[in-house]
Design a protein around this ligand. Structure first.
Ligand SMILES: [Zn+2]
Length: 357
């Protein structure tokens, strides 16, 4: 295990650490609380060298464009979102993760259900008909496969839980991984790991592998349906765990005092995750007609019951009313979403065109 010298500063506001390969500029914006502060005491630190690193394949502008496009596409995003959401605080950060590779073996058993045709005689015995019945039979099997999973090697306040959650589900692209070189860290923040390999495997790794093994095994289950699925998973000893650095873009922004975020995998292979504010007025305008349709539908059901002892007229009118209002509600929904999307798409176009000039 080799190590390199890095520089570290602490945010006076939240205590969050910032790490750098080179010198810090005289003032720094905290990645975690976004306080701008003057850099005073810089500490020298030893960092364990990661075995592999996935370099950034996208730049700040790519990420910004993806986020703006998300704002334009989201059906219920407010139309003034571009004016409110500030993008000065985009951060590119490397997260320390453990890569576990190996083989798993999964033994499973369950009851598999098959729909079968059965010929039954009518009660008077004069005719026969086909009837579908569901029959269960026991089934077992084994699944063996290679796995490669990554788990965050950090636990604590400085990485937001949503980022760790997103990173967990990430596919590790073995071919894109490079041997570690300091040059990949230039201009980016990075976080030092604080968990050991065994702890991370026991707490997160084994569960991820169990989940993958279960999903793979379920794909092998034959028949039309199943119940009482059970499986036991074992792994070989190859999974020891290697420290790797994975790149992420993230931005946290405020909209009317609500905190929102967007995260993207820095290699650009996985999609965005995050939250956008909702225009409640638009939601109401859309739901108004859907709600009315719902009430009329209840009325229509109630009046249908009236047929039993009354006339056809009222139920017919009620059902016609329901279908017309439901149709209009859907039309209204599409119209509102389309109109508002257009407003944001025009703004997005202006922003993107403006950026190119
Ligand atoms: Zn801070």
């Amino acid at each position: 295990m080799s190590s390199i010298q890095i520089k570290q500063i602490k945010c006076p506001e939240c205590g969050g650490q910032a790490n750098s390969i080179g010198l810090f500029s005289s003032s720094k914006k905290c990645v975690y609380c976004h306080t701008e502060f003057v850099v005073t005491g810089t500490m020298e630190k030893e960092m364990e060298v990661p075995e592999r690193i996935l370099p950034f394949n996208t730049n700040r502008e790519d990420f910004e464009k993806e986020v703006l496009t998300l704002f334009a596409q989201e059906p219920y995003a407010p139309n003034d979102i571009f004016d409110f959401a500030a993008f000065k605080d985009i951060d590119g950060v490397f997260l320390p993760m453990y890569l576990y590779e190996g083989k798993y073996e999964c033994s499973w058993n369950c009851s598999v259900g098959y729909y079968e045709n059965e010929v039954v005689a009518s009660s008077d015995g004069k005719s026969v008909k086909n009837k579908q019945v569901l029959r269960y039979r026991p089934q077992s099997g084994t699944t063996k496969r290679d796995f490669a999973i990554v788990c965050a090697a950090y636990e604590g306040e400085e990485i937001k839980p949503e980022l760790i959650e997103y990173a967990r589900a990430l596919y590790y692209d073995r071919d894109a991984a490079k041997s570690f070189d300091e040059k990949y860290l230039e201009d980016y923040d990075f976080v030092l790991h604080n968990l050991d390999k065994e702890y991370t495997w026991d707490k997160y790794g084994i569960n991820s592998v169990k989940y993958i093994a279960e999903q793979d095994s379920l794909e092998q289950v034959p028949g039309d349906t199943y119940k009482d699925f059970r499986c036991s998973v074992s792994t070989d000893e190859k999974h020891k765990g290697r420290l790797v650095f994975l790149p992420f873009w993230m931005v946290y922004y405020d909209y009317n005092n609500e905190q929102h975020y967007v995260i993207m995998d820095g290699t650009g292979k996985s999609g965005l995750t995050g939250s956008t504010p909702i225009d409640e007025e638009r939601v109401k305008a859309v739901n108004k007609w859907h709600d009315l349709a719902k009430y009329v539908k209840w009325g229509a059901w109630a009046s249908l019951i009236a047929i039993l002892w009354w006339v056809w007229g009222i139920p017919l009118v009620a059902w016609l009313a329901y279908f017309s209002i439901k149709f209009y509600a859907k039309f209204n929904e599409n119209k509102i979403i389309k109109e508002n999307k257009k407003i944001r798409e025009t703004k997005l176009k202006e922003i993107l065109d403006g950026g190119n000039n």
